[in-house]
Design a protein around this ligand. Sequence first.
Ligand SMILES: Cc1ncc(COP(=O)(O)O)c(C=O)c1O
Length: 426
Amino acid sequence: MSHTKDQVPPPTVRPPTAVLTRGFDPRLSVGSARPAVFRCSTYVFSSPEAAERAFAVATGRVQPEEGEAVELIYARLNHPNAEILEDQMVPLEPGAQAAVVFNSGLAAIMTAFLTFARPGDSLVYTVPLYGGTQHLIHELLEPFGIRCHAVPAGDGTALDAAIHSVQNLRLVFIETPANPTMVMTDIRRASERAAARQPRPLVLVDNTFLGPTFQHPLQLGADLVLYSATKYLSGFSDLLAGAALARDPELIRQMRLRRAIFGNILPPDECWLLDGRLPTVTLRMNRQSKNAQRIAERLVEHPQVRKVYYPTLFDDAEQIKIRLAQCHYPGAIFSMDLYGGRRAAFEFLRHLRIARNAVSLGGVETLACHPMTTTHSSLTPEELARAGITEGMVRVSVGIEDWRDLLADFQQALDAAGEACAGAAS
Ligand SMILES: Cc1ncc(COP(=O)(O)O)c(C=O)c1O
């Protein structure tokens, strides 16, 4: 029996209330005030007819009736903790009507690509992208016969032209701000361009860096929002998860059918953990963004820093316009290009005392990494150059520590990097 149908909040309820009140009916969990974990691989049917009906719905042969409580079958297809989590995610993403969860962010992205694109179709994507997504494009989509066209992030004219002219265009994939250069791409403009084409390509946005708090792609015309929920949604660097949300529940239904084939549903324990993190995502992101803005705007002045990449620090008119139009706050990730190249970047990371040298982002603790040799190490030298990922670039994900302690930590690590580079040169 679905665990999500009985308790529908009043329509006027706001997201912070909805996330705590919808999607979970205590009567289905022996009265527990928070969801139980349903660690179970298979479910007992109330009758053979109910089993037949559940299979017909789960395999996509029939659509469920409005409000119908279809019985659960088997945890690769669906389970109560996934249903609860998906229902509670929806109000956090303005414009969303449905959600589907996966066992990683990359699993969500892969499932979206393989649900909506077929061999012979084309994909247009912005670069840079998270390195794993770019790897997925080269290692899976291209050999699979999907033609993939890269466009520089933030270049509205190039993206317009690609959306207008690429043959058999099925998907437009945008990551904004881009990992790790923080360059922003205009979601509304891309969605309007896509809408002008027949058949209309779907616009997919990886919203990991600013969503669900500071950027709302579905309200800007995008069709599907994708997350590495490993990051801000979960917030403690202790689980892997992914999600997709859409205005049109049919897109989500199609992805669920693929998920059942791929077997990449988020397991019950992770669903339960993530579910408990959702009510605080906005609180955490607000604190993290304020910390990052204060730190990034001060680090610009450090003599070891060539450039800080952060939404409020771009002076290009187009980037300012995009930020004002689609980013409520600049978020908690910035990158820095250091004088002294790779050596300076490595010395900076080696000397950090509070921030940790690790990949990933979005957790309550501050992390820093060297994208060229880690997250983006699968890119070719040409791709790195085109993406603007330099030897001296470090990416920082700011946590909820006191920003003054973090700033002091970064300043002393930059000083140390400067000394090491000066020592090497002399
Ligand atoms: C922007 C972005 N999208 C997707 C992913 C992939 O997410 P996951 O590691 O949860 O598979 C990452 C991971 O770093 C990311 O930064």
